[in-house]
Design a protein around this ligand. Structure first.
Ligand code: DAH
Length: 358
């Protein structure tokens, strides 16, 4: 069948011609690919399952059997050449990119930085608390911590509160179902510290306290700073000296200070400390109309006293040998006098319009 034989010979020549043509081309096509992706696409067009080489080899069945081996060999050779060229071009592209990166303009370090999001700042209660603590630390008092959920014994009993004292009532304090309570004052730290330390000692204990109160001047959660000092021969004069110095430092040199008799179950004698009203400042005409000091010219700022011997003994301290003084400061009250925030609850509403002002 000369016809069909001629046909198959033609088919074989056509395949060789097509392979030759592809061989001529592929180098130039790879060279035109300027990115890795373009190169991979070009490579797939040639060697991929639906690529040009596969398409050419589809015609191999039409070639005479004795030429098929030669076609296969030529095709394999071409495939190897294409693969080699592809790898080389890939490497060259990577090098080009690296060289371009190295020669690119470096980061401009003179550009201004991006502004950070506003950082916020300390809460006014924290500002005042830290100021109070700083003053006492500079006088030699050390920080002491205590729990906010407390035993009745440390919050009341050992501090000399009789069992029927109104403060121990459900109406006045927050009790847990397990019979503990949220401490109503930081005086619990006195009991804890005096039970675990031996005199001499001088501690300052800031923290949150809780009472069932909620009005313009009372918040159910507020803050106190407790302080106490125990040693041999501590007298009321020491109490006066330390607290007068504290008031001068907090409210300014020359601030009038007075000690007024008072009562606390855990101190004897006890004294409330007043400073000259920071609003009317002793001006008789202003004082006559001053609501802040209720026209007295004085503002109460803390409670204090000589630690009751019964309290010392409850903590295992020999009350014949040692004496001590203690005081408790309301942090919100100090902040109120400093900043004139009209409602104590505003401190805890977390309204940024208020808090941003401090
Ligand atoms: N614990 C008292 C209160 O919450 C404040 C206080 C008064 C503490 C006198 C003291 C003190 O240590 O000596 O009202």
């Amino acid at each position: 069948m000369p016809d069909s034989q001629a046909g198959t010979a033609d088919a074989a020549s056509a395949i060789f011609a097509a392979l030759d043509e592809l061989r001529e081309q592929f180098g130039g096509r790879f060279a035109l690919a300027h990115s890795e992706q373009a190169l991979r696409e070009e490579n797939a067009k040639i060697l991929g399952g639906k690529g040009e080489l596969t398409a050419i080899l589809k015609g191999v069945g039409a070639a005479p059997a004795e030429r098929r081996k030669a076609i296969g060999e030529r095709a394999n050779l071409l495939k190897q050449e294409v693969e080699k060229a592809f790898d080389e071009r890939l490497r060259a592209l990577a090098q080009e990119k690296r060289a371009a990166d190295l020669h690119a303009r470096p980061f401009d370090l003179t550009l201004p930085g991006r502004p950070l999001a506003p950082l916020g700042h300390k809460h006014p209660i924290s500002i005042v608390r830290e100021e109070i603590v700083d003053i006492f630390q500079s006088l030699g008092f050390a920080l002491h911590d205590g729990p906010e959920v407390e035993l009745e014994e440390n919050n009341f009993t050992k501090l000399g509160f009789p069992p029927d004292h109104p403060a121990t009532d459900m109406q006045d304090s927050f009790w847990t179902t397990s019979g503990h309570l949220l401490r109503t004052h930081t005086s619990n730290v006195q009991i804890r510290a005096m039970s675990t330390h031996r005199p001499p000692m001088a501690f300052i204990a800031p923290g949150a306290v809780y009472r069932r109160d909620n009005d313009v001047t009372h918040s159910p959660m507020f803050h106190q700073v407790e302080g106490f000092l125990v040693d041999e021969n501590v007298t009321f004069a020491d109490l006066k000296g330390v607290l007068t110095e504290f008031c001068q430092r907090l409210y300014g040199e020359g601030t009038p200070v007075r000690f007024r008799p008072s009562y606390f179950p855990f101190t004897e004698p006890s004294a409330e400390v007043d400073i000259g009203c920071v609003f009317c400042k002793g001006d008789a005409a202003k004082q006559a109309a001053c609501a802040m000091c209720k026209r007295t010219g004085w503002i109460e700022i803390l409670g204090s006293g000589m630690i009751h011997p019964v309290v010392l003994e409850a903590c295992g301290i020999d009350a014949e040998k040692y004496t001590g003084f203690a005081f408790g400061i309301g942090v919100e009250r100090v902040a109120f006098l400093r900043y004139g925030v009209p409602d104590i609850r505003m401190f805890f509403e977390n309204d940024p319009r208020l808090l941003a002002q401090f």
